[in-house]
Each structure stands twice: as C-alpha cells, then as structure tokens.
Design a protein around this ligand. Structure first.
Ligand SMILES: NC(=O)NCCC(=O)O
Ligand SMILES: [Zn+2]
Length: 588
C-alpha cells in the first residue's frame, strides 16, 4: 500500500475510447420513458439528460428514433453443462456471445453438482469454466441436487461474501438424478430462508413422470411426443402448488423457474392468495415463441430439438396466455433456460424419448421474441418489456440498481433498440454454436442495433465484436431487500385486476440526473427498494400501470411503435462473427 497521490490525467489527454455518448434516443426504464442522452465513461453511466457537456473526442452514437434500454439479464442459462450423457453445444464463450448478439448483457447460470459432490467444488468448477470465457457479466445460482448436513453447511458458506451466492435451485423432477423429495425440499427451502437466499424450484412431479415414462415406453411410444405425454400440464401445476405450500410452511419467498403452461400459471395465481412471502414466476422465450405441436413432427431431429422440461405445450393458446400473464404481473420474468444440444446428442434418444437430452436455445432470441410477441402485439409496453427482460431479474437477485437500469451510477450495459429492425431467425445465422434453432424461420421486428457491455460497444450497428473473457463474475449478496423486506402478506389478499394495482414504487428508482449531477447513492437506493405488494405478492411494475403522463398507450392495439418513428426503412441486422477467442477488435 502506497500513499503516493494518484496522478489525475487531464481529461483532454485521456483516451477517448472509454467514453461514449448515446444521443437523441428515448430512454426506457421499467418505470417510465424519457427523451435523454446517455453519457458513459469507464463502463459506468455518468450523465443522463439533454445538452450534456462532455469531453471532446467522445464517440457518439445517434439513437434518433431508437430506444435506449438496460441490457437484458437472462436469469436462467445452462452453458457448458453435462447432463443426460451429453454436453451442451454452447459454452461460456459462445453462449454469452449469443447473449450479447441478442441484447442480453448479464446471464445467471446454474452450478449443478453431481449427486454427492461438494457444492463448493462444483461452484469452483463453474468459475473455472466461465471466468476466462464470458463475453458479458455473469452470476451463478447453485443447485441443491442432493441433501445432507454437509450440503446445508456449504449453502451457508456459499452465501458469504467470498462466494457471492444468493439463490439455490431445487428439482422436483429428474427422479434418481437431481430430484429432492418433499422432506428434503422443505429442509432446503428452510435453509435458504435462514440464509437470506432465494429458493428456486423446477416444478414438475418427478414420480408421476417416471411412472408415465415406464408405461409409454412399454406401450411402444418411444418417439419425442412421448416426452410431452409423460408430463402433462397438471403434472406441472401440482408441483407448482406443492412448492408454494412448502415455501409457505417455511415462511419463505420462492422463485419458480420455467413456468410453461396455463395450468401452472393458474396454480400460482391461486397459491398467491394465501402465500405469506413473495413468489416469483419465470417463463421462457421458448414458451412465448413456439409450442408443443413440434413434438409431433415426423422428423426426429426437429421434434427432439424441442425437447425440454417442462415441455412446450400443445395447447395453441399457451404462448399468448403466457405473454398476457407476463404483462399483468401474474408472471414476473422471462429467461431462456438456454441448454443447447447438437443433433448427435439429441440422437441419444432416438429409440427412447426419455434419453433425449433436455434443452433448447433462447439466450440470443429471448428479447426479440418477447418484443415481437409482447410489444408488437400491444400486450405490453416497452417499460414492462424492460421489467420482464432485465430490471426484475436485477431486483430479485440483488443486482439492482447496478444492473437493469439506465441511470447515473449504473453499469453501462445498454441497448440501442431499433423497433424497426427486421430479422429472420435461423440456425444458419445465429451466434450460437448449436446447429438448431427452435424459432427457425420466424420473422421478428425489433432488435438491438448496438449492445454496450460495461461501456464497450460489443454489437456495433449489427457487427458483433465480443471479447472472450471480458465479462466479470457478479457476486449477489444475500438478504436481497427487494425479496426479503416485503411486508408479510395476509391470507385474505386476492388477485387484483391490473387497474386496481397500486402505483409503482417510483421512489425506489434512482433519481434521474441532469447534466451530470448524480442524485443517488446506489447502495442507499438498494436498501430502499423493498417493494409494496402487488397482485403477485411481488412488486414488479406492470406495463399497464407504469405509463407517464402523455405517454402513448401501447395496450391499445391500434398503436404501432414503429409508425411513431421516422421513415420505415427496414434495416436488416448484419452478423459478423469473430472466431472463437476473437479479441481482434479494439475498443469500440
Ligand atoms: N429445462 C431443460 O429442459 N433443460 C435444462 C435443465 C433444466 O433446467 O431442467
Ligand atoms: Zn434450466
């Protein structure tokens, strides 16, 4: 340690490459929109407003007619995961490269220990796999895939500052592999509660799935459709209800990952009427963007390419119903559950659907899919889009307001989103390593033109310029105030219609800054952000309530965001991919 004064380099002699001004855009946060320029220095948003005074030589991005939003946070990925005898196609390099290509600047992956393996050892293994590969920031959840006193002790260690974990995932499915029984699940949830960590559950009844699978295979039903038949909607809904009951007995908050069906959402809605603590519901890009009819496709590769758990649902009204639930706060977040397998690995289940490695893509297309199905249809406004794709994940996992927010003091993870940008999704052009895309052939209107990761332009007018290892590991402190400081909920509270919802806790947002005067302290705000209880038992702003005076009503389906903007010349996105390890691009 030296006491030598730090020499301050005069601003005109500093490199201009660490400075960026995004001009003329419309900034969208979860709680409102405003016309503002955004000035970034050294990876941090420094100023927001018009007519900012900034140093010469700063790179300027013109965002006229574009939206400036917080980078997406995908709360659910499986990169470089080995499961069911296969390894995912996307590792932490290609997976985060794909994330950035689609506008996601933080991913939260799952450490999944083998049965009997030390959780700390598995955590260290994940850090080794990820740290030098990630192109954007990442955090980790840890799976509790078996139960013992040593697991409980390691959960406590993982919640310390040294490891930075504040969420654990338990499986109610994958019998004889990762599944916990109800006693173990209760113990694990109780442990989470005591540690100030958020329990997450994969909600499906593993025993019913196992028995149905035996019966289907014995009857000769071996093709991928058997996967969906072995685990219908009530198998998911029952587990959602059971998980809520167990969490309520433990007086614990709960997070339900990948909610895939209308029945599951209904079960959650009912459970919430009695739940004492918040329950967060996550759905997936896959649920919103495609459906279970693909399991009946005659091509094995096609059908197996859609196999995931819980499965996509064949009820054709599911995607729209899920979007509506996301819009009115019956669901809170959208993830991807990105878990991609090459054709050769999906083929392991050629003669037995139960051997098809479970998982699909989504980390790249999650944002464009929700924009297409949610915003372009008028189901949700851009503020709710930001809440569902970024801000709520930041809040729930204690990364807010550093992440998930465009405000002075936040990390410069930013999107310049072009609502007119058109793209046809295809495995031939996506940034993933995998050879298949469940959204193949779908046209989406709206996508990122620029993606800024920690102040660095990583998607530059459609040109992908990620840097391997550029991302950082984000520690997530326990006792997240947003999750754990909620007022206990009374049993009599019932689901409210959106128009009855109380005003959003605007006071939780860092105040905007004008001309360079930050008016908030990030950690003070963080302590203030425990929310008032909304219909969901959570406090995520809804798209139908967050409108500012004079703001257009995007719920009105006659309103078109793109019509609002200038000449509708559609600009296809250009994908220029660096080779793996591609560090060739300089800053910006
Ligand atoms: N979801 C899926 O099918 N694969 C990833 C593992 C899991 O989350 O269940
Ligand atoms: Zn998953």
């Amino acid at each position: 340690m030296t006491n030598a004064p730090v020499k301050k380099v005069p601003i005109h002699l500093q490199s201009s490459q660490n400075r960026l001004l995004i001009k003329n855009g419309r900034v969208v946060n979860e709680d409102g929109m405003e016309d503002a320029d955004v000035y970034v220095e050294d990876g941090i948003i420094k100023q927001l407003g018009r007519n900012l005074i900034i140093p010469g030589g700063t790179r300027v991005i013109d965002a006229t007619g574009k939206l400036v939003m917080p980078g997406g946070i995908d709360p659910h990925t499986h990169l470089e995961l080995e499961m069911m005898g296969a390894k995912t196609a996307d590792d932490f390099y290609t997976g985060t490269r794909a994330a950035v290509a689609g506008g996601t600047t933080t991913v939260i992956d799952f450490v999944l220990p083998q049965k009997g393996q030390s959780l700390i050892e598995a955590y260290n293994h994940w850090r080794e796999k990820a740290d030098n590969k990630v192109c954007c920031d990442y955090a980790l959840h840890v799976g509790v895939t078996w139960w013992s006193p040593s697991v409980m002790k390691e959960m406590e260690q993982l919640c310390t500052e040294e490891y930075g974990i504040n969420s654990f995932k338990m499986f109610m499915a994958y019998k004889d592999a990762w599944m916990l029984d109800d006693y173990q699940l209760y113990c694990a949830i109780e442990t989470c509660k005591n540690l100030g960590a958020l329990p997450m559950v994969h909600a499906e009844n593993g025993h019913i799935i196992a028995r149905n699978t035996e019966k289907l295979i014995a009857a000769g039903k071996t093709d991928p459709e058997g996967h969906e038949l072995s685990r219908d909607e009530e198998v998911e809904a029952e587990a959602v209800n059971r998980a809520c009951v167990i969490a309520n007995q433990a007086n614990s908050p709960l997070y339900i990952v990948h909610m895939m069906s209308k029945s599951a959402v209904r079960a959650l809605e009912i459970a919430r009427t009695r739940q004492r603590q918040p329950v967060y519901g996550e759905t997936l890009a896959a649920t919103v963007g495609t459906d279970g009819t693909h399991y009946r496709n005659a091509c094995f590769r096609h059908a197996a390419g859609h196999v995931m758990s819980p499965p996509l649902r064949s009820d054709p009204s599911t995607p729209q119903a899920i979007v509506e639930a996301l819009a009115d706060d019956r669901l809170q977040l959208i993830g991807s559950d990105n878990c991609t397998f090459h054709e050769k690995h999906k083929a392991l289940g050629k003669n037995d659907f139960s051997r098809i490695p479970n998982g699909v893509n989504g980390v790249e297309d999650r944002m464009a899919i929700l924009w297409q199905k949610g915003v372009n249809t008028g189901a949700m406004d851009p503020c709710r889009f930001v809440a569902a794709t970024s801000a709520t994940a930041a809040r729930v996992f204690n990364l807010w307001p550093r992440k998930g927010l465009v405000a002075a003091g936040s990390d410069a993870d930013l999107l310049v989103w072009d609502p007119r940008l058109t793209r046809t999704i295809s495995a031939a052009s996506h940034a993933h390593a995998v050879d298949f895309n469940i959204f193949e052939g779908q046209n989406v209107v709206g996508g990122p033109q620029y993606v800024i990761v920690n102040g660095r332009v990583c998607l530059d007018d459609g040109d992908l310029r990620v840097v391997e290892g550029f991302g950082r590991f984000l520690k997530t402190p326990a006792f997240c105030p947003y999750v754990f400081s909620s007022e206990p909920k009374h049993h009599t509270v019932h689901h409210q219609e959106p128009h009855q919802l109380p005003e959003s806790p605007r006071s939780h947002s860092p105040q905007r800054v004008t001309n360079g005067t930050p008016t908030h302290e990030l950690n003070i705000v963080s302590k203030q952000m425990a929310g008032t209880t909304l219909s969901s038992g959570c406090s995520t702003p809804t798209g139908r309530k967050m409108r500012e005076p004079g703001q257009r009503d995007l719920q009105n389906s006659t309103f078109s965001l793109s019509k609002e903007l200038d000449a509708p010349e559609n600009k296809p996105s250009v994908r220029v991919r660096n080779p793996p390890g591609g560090k060739s691009s300089g800053l910006w």
